[in-house]
Design a protein around this ligand. Structure first.
Ligand code: GLP
Length: 255
């Protein structure tokens, strides 16, 4: 079962999540992280960056979960540029330490396979940081995604485009396609850390953690992974049936 940690608020959850990532980096120089974009991991990245003078992060490498198709890598809403601003630069990493799927429409037929190959060549992902979409997606694996899928092109749901419209001038500017790590790719990571903050994530989070494992809720695939931490705040936890047990288990976690 996933370990579910219910933090008082996003700030505390992000700090606890940063502590998990930092202790891995400390234990394993050259850690390979899987990094999510979106708002959920932003405070985690800030808290990691705050440790850069006491924790040597120069040897870590990272792989983004996903990228939009058809917006230039330098576009501020490309995930490549978003990660440069929020992760690569604040942590003091070199640009080539962070790989992002290639969303160039001209080379899409190769994008998935090449990305998988790069992950394999890096020795696999040690820890994959995940957010969750309000429709239950991880990465951009929308409902119906194969639980064995690898990196490939996907079509975004209207709901995902509406959710992400806040980063663009209008919903019409949100790309329709993306290249995303597959659920199978995500499950190959050695450790998963899923972050969910806010009441708008409560239903998807409960379905992912406690519902049946189904491609209708792609995030439910995390139940198949042996080493998962789910970090949530109180509003995101409000639909969890076993919230009291998770709190109890956290207090009494084996040392
Ligand atoms: C986005 C991204 C995911 C992200 C998720 C949640 O569309 N493709 O990688 O984790 O949906 O986003 P947010 O953290 O902004 O709520």
């Amino acid at each position: 079962m996933a370990e579910v940690i219910i933090a008082a608020d996003e700030a505390e959850g992000s700090q606890l999540a940063a502590d998990i990532v930092a202790s891995l980096i400390r234990a394993k120089p050259g850690t390979v992280l899987g990094v999510a974009t979106g708002s959920s991991p932003l405070a985690l990245y800030e808290r990691l960056a705050a440790q850069k003078h006491t924790l040597d992060m120069t040897s870590i490498r990272a792989f983004a979960l996903d990228e939009y198709v058809g917006i230039a890598p330098t576009h501020p809403q490309s995930y490549r540029d978003a990660l440069r601003r929020t992760f690569t630069q604040p942590l003091g990493l070199s640009a080539d330490a962070v790989q992002v799927p290639d969303g160039d429409p001209e080379t899409l037929d190769r994008a998935g396979e090449e990305y998988e190959q790069k992950i394999v060549e890096a020795g696999g992902i040690d820890l994959q940081i995940l957010g969750i979409g309000t429709g239950g997606h991880i990465g951009f694996n929308e409902p119906g995604s194969s639980l064995a899928s690898l990196t490939r092109v996907k079509t975004l749901t209207p709901q995902t485009r509406a959710d992400n419209a806040r980063f663009f001038d209008s919903v019409d500017d949100v790309p329709v396609h993306c290249v995303t790590q597959g659920i199978g790719t995500i499950l190959r990571a050695r450790q998963l850390l899923l972050l969910a903050f806010g009441a708008n994530k409560a239903a998807a989070l409960a379905a992912a953690v406690e519902g049946p494992i189904t491609s209708s809720t792609p995030a439910s695939a995390i139940q198949l992974h042996p080493f998962v931490t789910v970090m949530v705040d109180e509003p995101a936890a409000q639909e969890l049936r076993h919230a009291d047990y998770y709190r109890y288990a956290y207090i009494h976690r084996p040392s």
